[in-house]
Ligand binder design. Structure first.
Ligand SMILES: [Zn+2]
Ligand SMILES: [Zn+2]
Length: 307
């Protein structure tokens, strides 16, 4: 299972209930942090979801509500004796901003922190996944990110049943590309396996509604979309933020499985339900992110196993 933890859901300023933008993705033990607003490291500690194991940080844009937790995180990891490099990715000037942050105060680091300004569509390759940035529409250079698990060859239970086979060590070899003989019959990957597309999780960061989001989120398992205000309140913000209605329209057009709304204006601090209700009118499978909420994304099954 891929574990997604929404850590902070407030826009612009933290509130007594909500921290600033941060989302942790745990993919087979590797932790990727998407945005690192103030409060992120404390939430990760409270939830005990692997502060020391963070490998990469993806900053959507350099507004403080999306990066203000980074300095504290970097320092804590050093106090705890981290040795491996921490990579920080983001839009233009990410290298420069990261270096500036590292030069504040008196502080010897136990490890390297490297900032990378990604070109649009410059893919960050990981073990079994990739992360690709895409341009969104905000008041400063800003990216959303597509996390995509690699396609995988999987054994189809349905195909095994069709051949009257039961699982065993021989079947595992077929998955690795070998042809095996069982009861006098030969079976190769083409007989028993299917290529299964990987899971896809898309995070917009701050953005106005834009066609590029629909393209990037096409067929995603989860779209985490900002929903700062309702449609009625969007006036004056429409060039840099989205309403929950617009987020729902993006989700519907991109045909995603689930929409998660986040980045709520503090006017919705106590009760964000109007944002949810507005979105669900257009896209039913919508949920609100909450600080510390967990979402599990199950592995995909071969097409032939689906009902
Ligand atoms: Zn923001
Ligand atoms: Zn912003």
């Amino acid at each position: 299972m891929i574990d997604l933890h929404t850590l902070g859901t407030s826009s612009a300023v933290p509130t007594s209930r909500r921290d600033l933008a941060a989302n942790l993705l745990n993919f087979e033990g590797e932790r990727l942090l998407f945005d690192c607003g103030e409060g992120a490291q404390k939430s990760i500690m409270k939830l005990q979801i692997g502060l020391m194991d963070i490998e990469k940080v993806f900053i959507t844009h350099w507004h403080a509500d999306h990066f203000s937790g980074l300095l504290g995180l970097v320092q804590t990891l050093s106090m705890e004796g981290r040795e491996r490099t921490l990579h920080v990715y983001g839009p233009e000037r990410t290298g420069e901003f990261t270096d500036q942050m590292l030069n504040i105060g008196y502080f010897d680091r136990s490890y390297e922190v490297v900032g990378h300004a990604l070109e649009e569509d410059e893919v960050v390759e990981g073990d079994g996944y990739e992360v690709r940035p895409f341009k969104v529409q905000h008041s400063v250079p800003a990216y959303g990110y597509v996390f995509k698990e690699d396609e995988e060859l999987k054994v189809s239970k349905t195909k095994m049943e069709d051949h009257g086979l039961e699982s065993g060590p021989e079947i595992g070899k077929v998955k690795n590309g070998e042809t095996v003989e069982i009861d006098g019959e030969e079976y190769g990957p083409g007989d028993l396996c299917e290529k299964v597309p990987g899971r896809k999780i898309v995070y917009t960061g701050d953005t106005a509604a834009h066609e590029r989001i629909v393209e990037a989120a096409e067929g995603a398992d989860v779209l985490i979309h900002e929903a700062t205000v309702t449609q009625e309140m969007l006036k004056g913000r429409a060039s840099r933020h989205s309403s929950s209605l617009q987020a729902a329209e993006m989700a519907k057009r991109a045909d995603v499985d689930k929409l998660i709304l986040t980045h709520f204006s503090r006017m919705f601090d106590k009760d964000p339900s109007p944002l949810l209700e507005e979105a669900q009118e257009v896209f039913e499978d919508t949920e609100l992110a909450e600080d510390g909420k967990h979402f599990g994304i199950e592995p995909h099954r071969p097409e032939s196993e689906k009902d």
